[in-house]
Design a protein around this ligand. Structure first.
Ligand SMILES: [Zn+2]
Length: 187
């Protein structure tokens, strides 16, 4: 059973339209309700279920912290990530929304030539803060990288097959800098 205040990722299944009425941050796909953003689940009166973003109240971010965020832009040398929460500090509040940057040299231990092979638009990533002042992030460690991704063609969840991701619906294959925690939710 779904708990209130649980942190969910975009595309996470929340319940059916028989159980709940979709509210903010929730979409209905054929009677199944899914989160459309990273946030906390709340169930209101008359069974309205919604997901509230935590971007407006991020905690203090320090060097070494592990953050969860969503890719909002991919440029030639950097990936821009909207930070949604900091692991272990979920309840602390601070001002200002936070955008982090993953530079092409901090993606993985090997050499990266094309960032679009490592990240996709709206991917959910887990990254370590290497400079809290400029919010520079790194995904070099095994547990860091993309933890959830959707198919660029049909928007279905991508499933991990070894080192690649594949779409069960349209058979598209994509590559990412994967976290070993891909597909496990926020851990
Ligand atoms: Zn697809």
């Amino acid at each position: 059973m779904l708990e209130e205040k649980k942190v969910v990722l975009p595309g996470d299944f929340l319940g059916t339209s028989e159980e709940f009425i979709p509210g903010e941050g929730v979409y209905d796909d054929g009677g199944n309700l899914y989160a459309s953003l990273i946030g906390e689940v709340s169930i209101g009166p008359s069974r309205v279920i919604s997901v509230h973003p935590r971007v407006e109240t991020p905690p203090v971010i320090e060097d070494g912290d592990v953050v969860i965020g969503q890719v909002v832009d991919i440029k030639d040398n950097v990936v821009v990530v909207n930070i949604a929460c900091v692991k272990g500090k979920e309840r602390r509040e601070v001002a200002a929304p936070s955008q982090g940057i993953i530079h092409i040299s901090n993606v993985r231990s090997g050499y990266v030539t094309e960032l679009r092979q490592e990240f996709g638009y709206l991917d959910v990533v887990k990254a370590r803060v290497i400079d809290a002042k400029t919010l520079r992030l790194s995904t070099e460690a095994k547990d860091l990288g993309v933890i959830k991704a959707i198919c660029m063609r049909c928007k279905s969840d991508l499933k991990r097959r070894g080192n690649i991701l594949s779409c069960e619906k349209c058979k598209r294959v994509e590559t990412r800098k994967l976290s070993e925690d891909y597909g496990k939710g926020i851990v």
